[in-house]
Design a protein around this ligand. Structure first.
Ligand code: G6P
Length: 607
């Protein structure tokens, strides 16, 4: 999510310069604040970009080693005090961190009881204080760091530094990538290889549970039980741009490939053992939510389609009437709302002008306003009464992919939350929770099969029109499949409820007008099969998104893209992935600028 870069070497006082250049190559990730620390000169932090940080750094700021960070807020607003690096109470131990420490509240309580004072709202600060505490007992930086990491639960990629041993850096990884650069008389730590590449091509990718201790001359890797482990270096010949994309050709593909990780990050720490959902951001409005009689969801673009899936989930399992409306419509008519209405905005950026105005209108009318937002501290996140953060990490590609996967996951959690306040049985909730936990591995299976999707996309790349059809939970996914293709391939594509197909669109079907039918094994499977037959009877080519092992459908459809089975409510999270890949490969085949489609903007902050 955020960017980490750390350096230790023996080249005079150059560390700040090396670190700042490295941060610039990480800026593509998006950021809201930046910071740097060297044992010789201390820490400088600021909201904003690396350019802001540079302005703040005083003359004479130097050091042979140091740690630096670009933050993309998850806990606490993007302010100077919340920017990394964070220190312990003595100012001796400094840390930069990516990820989320789940048990930070309980750890903080304990540490506060033994006299620690915290200055930021972040979960990260806890790490420095934990190391401080263990250092008192262990009298050894490495041992203290390992002991501290054994106390925390959650995800991290970190770089740690201690003034007492200024040329030593400690890196660790658990769920958040960390790569070590092996130079000649110098070592690097980074969240991806891009800032390391100008210095060395020889890197070691840490594995989960690895702790690396680096000095300019040497590196040693330990496991969390303090035993040593050997990791072979990899030589990488990526360009800096390829490194930013983790070696993928485009951000869109990289972000689709992040699907499993995104679901895990959205779910992390939020599923209760009893099947309910623990949504920290909603706790203080839980009572009001227990009393609401109606939900209105408002959003734009892909997020709106996410909302439509939410309507199916919430009505079926939480038993609350739900309406979903485009924010650009909602804000200009006279929606009827009152205190018993919850108005939910879904927005990746948290800055979409229409969605924001819809929330403001809702507030004026007395509704309880909630956000499902990815960008922490964004305007929608700040202006809503409460909300759920996605934790999907920055999305760079204009066409939204992983954000939707995360929005759908968050909506499933929200359904469990509201459902358990109402009539959803613990058994059913537990079943949904178990299926949610199984999703990352299932998405991975779809991704592993992506080459087959590329072949199908290539086969149809000459088509000028496309129809996408689905029913029930997969109806909004058909709409999204069409939108993705339009956005990146500039192809005319229409999404339709399959049952509505006979009321118009079927008139267009002939041998040159292919359709994508989402026909996984669910309660409307037979109906979808009939719709496919109707298309075939008009000679329309059909690509089916089908459940693994379904041989029947292969007899009718021209091409099948298979996905693993899951419960109907969660099918959209799985079924949207092959449609994202299809649009991606289609656009790639056409040679378009996939990440920056013409005429589109990532964040639409104007009406
Ligand atoms: C733009 C983007 C879409 C996105 C929509 C809503 O149109 O190109 O990908 O779905 O805005 O954005 P939001 O940030 O509110 O989710």
């Amino acid at each position: 999510m955020c960017g980490i870069f750390a350096y230790t070497g023996s080249k005079g006082s150059e560390a700040p310069d090396i670190l700042l250049k490295g941060l610039i190559s990480l800026e593509y990730r998006g950021y809201d604040s930046a910071g740097i620390f060297t044992p010789e000169s201390g820490a400088v932090k600021t909201p904003g970009a690396v350019a802001e940080l540079k302005k703040k750094i005083p003359k004479g700021f130097g050091g042979k080693s140091g740690i630096a960070h670009l933050r993309w807020a998850t806990h606490g607003e993007p302010t100077e005090v919340n920017a990394h690096p964070h220190s312990d109470s003595t100012g001796e131990i400094w840390v930069v961190h990516n990820g989320i420490i789940e048990n930070f509240k309980e750890l903080k309580k304990k540490l506060e009881a033994s006299g620690h004072r915290f200055v930021s709202d972040t979960d990260t600060e806890i790490l420095a204080h934990l190391v401080e505490e263990h250092l008192k007992a262990e009298q050894n930086f490495e041992k203290a760091a390992i002991a501290a990491l054994n106390d925390v639960r959650g995800t991290y990629g970190i770089a740690l530094q201690y003034k007492g041993e200024p040329d030593k850096l400690i890196a660790a990884r658990m769920g958040s990538p960390i790569v070590i650069g092996l130079g000649d008389g110098e070592h690097f730590i980074a969240s991806d290889p891009s800032p390391i590449l100008p210095h060395t091509k020889s890197v070691v990718f840490l594995e989960d549970g690895d702790v690396a201790v680096l000095t300019p001359e040497k590196h040693t890797i330990y496991k969390l039980d303090a035993t040593k482990v050997k990791r072979d270096p990899t030589e990488i010949d990526w360009s800096a741009e390829e490194a930013q994309k983790s070696g993928y050709e485009h951000f869109m593909l990289k972000e689709i490939m992040e699907g499993p990780e995104v679901v895990e990050n959205t779910l992390r720490g939020r599923l209760r053992a009893d099947g309910g959902a623990k949504l920290g951001g909603l706790e203080f409005v839980a009572k009001e939510l227990g009393q609401i009689e109606r939900i209105l969801i408002t959003a734009c673009g892909t997020a709106y389609y996410g909302g439509l899936v939410g309507e199916y989930m919430l009505e079926e399992f939480a038993g609350i009437p739900v309406e979903v409306e485009l924010a650009s419509e909602f804000r200009y008519r006279s929606p009827v709302l009152n205190q018993k209405t919850a108005l939910i905005a879904i927005s990746q950026s948290g800055e979409t002008a229409d969605t924001l105005e819809a929330i403001r209108e809702g507030k004026r009318k007395g509704a309880l306003t909630l956000g499902i937002v990815n960008a922490v501290g964004s305007t929608i996140a700040r202006e809503t009464d409460a909300g759920v953060y996605n934790h999907a990490g920055p999305e760079v590609s204009v066409a939204s992919t992983k954000a939707l996967v995360s929005q759908l996951t968050a909506l499933a959690l929200f359904t469990l939350f509201l459902g358990r306040q109402r009539a959803l049985s613990p058994q059913k909730a537990a079943e949904i929770a178990a299926e949610l936990r199984a999703l990352p591995a299932k998405i991975q299976k779809v991704l592993d099969d992506r080459e087959k999707i590329a072949v199908v996309a290539k086969k149809y790349a000459q088509a000028r029109d496309f129809l996408f059809i689905g029913r029930k939970y997969n109806f909004p996914i058909a709409l999204e499949g069409a939108l993705k293709l339009k956005e990146v391939s500039y192809i005319h594509a229409e999404g339709y409820g399959a049952g509505e197909m006979k009321h118009g669109p079927i008139a267009m079907i002939d041998e040159n007008f292919p359709s994508v039918a989402i026909a996984t094994k669910n309660s409307v499977y037979d109906k979808m099969l009939s719709n496919i037959e109707q298309l075939k009877a008009r000679k329309g080519p059909v690509i089916a998104i089908a459940t693994e092992g379904d041989a029947e459908i292969a007899k009718t459809a021209d091409d099948c893209i298979y996905v693993p089975p899951t419960i109907e409510m969660l099918e959209p999270i799985l079924n949207v992935v092959p449609l994202q890949l299809f649009a991606y490969y289609f656009a790639k085949e056409k040679g378009y600028n996939v990440d920056r489609p013409r005429n589109l903007a990532k964040s639409v902050t104007v009406e």
